[in-house]
Ligand binder design. Structure first.
Ligand code: NAG
Ligand code: NAG
Length: 325
């Protein structure tokens, strides 16, 4: 009996000890849980906020980063949203909207005169979809132009490259001469012809580019001063993109705009080449080109691009984007 009572008491004592231990343990656990919860409550919002801020900054940088070095606005054939492309009227219109640069198509007539004209424009003027500039003399083309002027378009006079450069080059930061190679003479003597006009006008802000690599290479060989570009596009024969890096001394690469992404720009900038996007006609593509930090955007509608750039600039500054981060 006595033994059993002692045993029972010991058992009870042990039991108390265990309960106290349980209480202590659970209060410790509650305490720990509370601390962890408090820490969690204290830390999560700032982390979440930082994360949001980072995302916001990245989005903002993508949308607004170009403001630190805006691309040149290049009018393709002048402002051809309001006038026939490559005419004095289209150039005037582009100069009035204070574009940074003008792209001029260059074709050679059968008697060797360089005209600001594209086969496509000639075909519209002549109403013959197989006409090529190289098959007509300068006089025949000028006559077509003035006939056309009285018929449908106002001031559709077709200027020579010399006239076009005299009118534009001192009023813009850059002029791109897009040299077209066509029958019957193709590249023969063409680089020399173009350079002789550029040198006569002393156009120090002229860039010469062409879809023909051999023409671009001829220009580089004949002149070390003038800036030369080559074109990256989808090869119509193979359906593949033409080589990105292929002319060491060309400082400019004219890229068909749907091909432009972050990687392409990084590679070309890494080789110290400027990226000029052509021909960007809709607002979405214009926004993309701004986000990708291209160096120039060639468009037939320069006022639309300028308007978009103004809108984005205003929004970015309103939302506290600070320049040169
Ligand atoms: C050119 O125009 C003719 C008639 O106007 C038409 O039959 C032909 O398909 C056109 N060719 C091209 C390449 O557009
Ligand atoms: C269109 O031009 C081609 C040469 O470029 C010529 O052979 C053809 O006769 C012309 N067509 C018309 C309808 O004038």
């Amino acid at each position: 009996m006595a033994i059993s009572t002692r045993l029972g008491r010991r058992h009870q004592q042990r039991n108390y000890g265990f309960r106290a231990f349980l209480i202590r343990f659970s209060s410790k656990r509650v305490f720990r849980t509370i601390i962890i919860s408090l820490a969690f409550i204290a830390l999560v919002p700032p982390i979440f906020f930082l994360f949001k801020l980072k995302t916001f900054r990245l989005t903002q940088l993508r949308k607004c980063g170009w403001l630190n070095s805006p691309p040149l606005v290049c009018a393709h054939g002048g402002d051809s949203s309001s006038a026939f492309p490559n005419t004095i009227a289209a150039y005037h219109s582009a100069l009035n909207s204070q574009v940074d640069c003008i792209e001029i198509d260059v074709s050679r007539s059968s008697d060797g005169v360089l005209l600001a004209l594209h086969d496509r424009d000639l075909q519209r003027i002549s109403g013959n979809n197989t006409s090529k500039v190289g098959h007509f003399s300068m006089k025949e083309i000028k006559d077509l132009g003035s006939m056309h002027q009285s018929a449908k378009f106002h001031d559709a006079n077709i200027p020579t490259i010399e006239e076009a450069l005299k009118l534009t080059s001192s009023s813009v930061r850059q002029v791109i001469l897009d040299v077209k190679v066509g029958p019957p003479s193709y590249e023969k003597g063409l680089a020399r012809d173009v350079l002789s006009v550029v040198e006569r006008i002393q156009c120090t802000n002229c860039i010469i580019w062409a879809k023909s690599d051999s023409l671009a290479r001829d220009v580089i060989r004949l002149s070390s001063d003038v800036m030369v570009g080559y074109i990256v596009m989808i090869d119509p024969l193979t359906g593949a993109r033409t080589n990105l890096l292929r002319m060491r001394d060309a400082r400019v690469v004219g890229v068909y705009h749907p091909l432009i992404d972050e990687k392409l720009v990084r590679i070309l900038h890494g080789r110290n080449k400027k990226v000029y996007a052509w021909t960007v006609e809709d607002v979405n593509s214009m926004e993309n080109m701004l986000s990708e930090h291209v160096d120039a955007v060639v468009t037939s509608n320069p006022t639309m691009l300028q308007g978009l750039m103004q809108d984005i600039r205003r929004q970015c500054l309103e939302h506290g984007f600070s320049l040169s981060e």
